[in-house]
Design a protein around this ligand. Structure first.
Ligand SMILES: *Cc1c(COP(=O)(O)O)cnc(C)c1O
Length: 385
């Protein structure tokens, strides 16, 4: 099976991990802060907090921004469930903003309308979480302007988007947000096996997230609420978690980070080849906004079902039958049984639902061969034409 995404591990990565195994620290050593500072430097942001997953990063980002019971958090229905679950972890309520039919990112028009309505109902969100779907940035400038008008905070779910750019800045710079989070799951752009990171310009938010990832415990006398009992002393000042990244993961991440730009360029090359292979077929390839330089984590095509005699699932199953590991990113979150319990139903976010009825994610990863791309395109042509 040709997978839809796959990590790229080279001898250098393996050596980096082995050298940690031979060192004094498997966790809480020098590699994690080094990885944090390298990612922060790369993104042009002051602070980075490494954690064991992007899901954990989203959770502590919400907590650091004060999300709690009674608050609303809004995100895109076309995302991985973690983008919404983080609000529920904090006891907050979740709501969604429908997507833009071109970029599949959260729609600015829909966001404006929903904010207008919410400001009349007194149900404005505390935090909005735009998701940079497939690696293409959401329209952050507009979202930021709306945050000033309506008083909400912003977490960028950039799980797909490390190595991408928006306007003249790298994604992760937090130019238009409070916090940006990355994922280092193996299918993402660079990997630490499991892992994630939260970036911010704010020393205060960074400090809060640092506490929350490690039990809410501090050894810094400045942050203690009473005098130290002695040299062994530490204090728990918050209810935190164990969301720490290990040294092995950080060493792998540091080694992968060196090839980040190379990976993104390679993905652009592959996308370029797909575009030429797929032109003329009854489908839409991913639209790219001029403001964004995508990291191209995913390559979803949307079938033009009016022009073909086969159904969406027939095409999907045909490709899987051809050993092509197509996927679908994503099932609209509001249609998940767990979310239907909150009253969401079919028809709530029609653009997201329409996208879901025609989208298929084609394989895309740095080591995908041209021959395989050609085979994938030929298979599509066979079933569609
Ligand atoms: C992968 C992903 C996550 C979760 O990442 P983990 O590191 O696996 O926790 C969150 N949001 C989006 C959009 C993702 O694609």
């Amino acid at each position: 099976m040709i997978p839809y995404g796959r990590q790229d591990i080279i001898a250098e990565d393996i050596e980096a991990v082995i050298s940690v195994l031979n060192s004094d620290y498997l966790t809480q050593g020098p590699k994690v802060p080094e990885f944090e500072s390298e990612v922060a430097k790369y993104c042009g942001v002051k602070f980075a907090v490494a954690v064991n997953s992007a899901t954990s990063a989203l959770h502590i980002a919400c907590l650091a921004l004060g999300v709690k019971e009674g608050d609303y958090v809004w995100t895109s229905p076309i995302s991985f469930v973690a983008s919404a679950n983080c609000a529920l972890y904090c006891g907050a309520k979740i709501d969604f903003v429908d997507i833009d039919s071109q970029t599949y990112n959260l729609s600015i028009d829909k966001l404006k309308q929903k904010l207008e309505l919410a400001s009349r109902n007194g149900s404005l969100p505390k935090v909005v979480i735009p998701v940079h779907l497939c690696g293409q940035s959401a329209d952050m400038k507009e979202i930021h302007a709306l945050s000033l008008k309506y008083g909400f905070r912003i977490i960028e779910d950039a799980s797909h988007a490390i190595g991408g750019r928006y306007l003249d800045k790298r994604i992760g710079s937090c130019e238009y947000s409070d916090i940006t989070i990355f994922s280092f799951h193996p299918v993402k752009i660079i990997t630490t096996a499991e892992g994630g990171m939260a970036l911010t310009k704010s020393a205060q938010l960074a400090e809060k997230m640092d506490l929350l990832r490690s039990h809410g415990i501090t050894k810094d006398p400045q942050k203690m609420t009473k005098e130290s009992d002695g040299a062994w002393y530490y204090q728990q000042v918050e209810l935190g978690y164990n969301y720490r990244m290990t040294e092995l993961q950080a060493a792998l991440g540091l080694s992968q980070l060196k090839r980040l730009d190379q990976y993104v360029l390679k993905r652009h090359e592959l996308v370029c080849y797909y575009s030429s292979l797929l032109s003329g077929l009854p489908l839409v390839t991913p639209y790219q906004s001029v403001e964004s330089f995508s990291s191209y984590h995913l390559y979803p095509i949307c079938l033009d079902l009016n022009q073909v005699t086969v159904s969406h699932s027939e095409v999907f199953e045909f490709l899987r039958g051809r050993e092509i590991g197509v996927n679908l990113h994503y099932i609209p979150i509001h249609l998940q049984p767990y979310y239907e319990k909150f009253g969401f139903k079919k028809g709530d976010f029609p653009i997201a639902e329409k996208y879901y009825q025609s989208a298929i994610t084609l394989p895309l990863y740095p080591r995908l061969s041209k021959d395989n791309q050609k085979y994938i395109a030929d298979s599509l042509r066979e079933i569609l034409c």
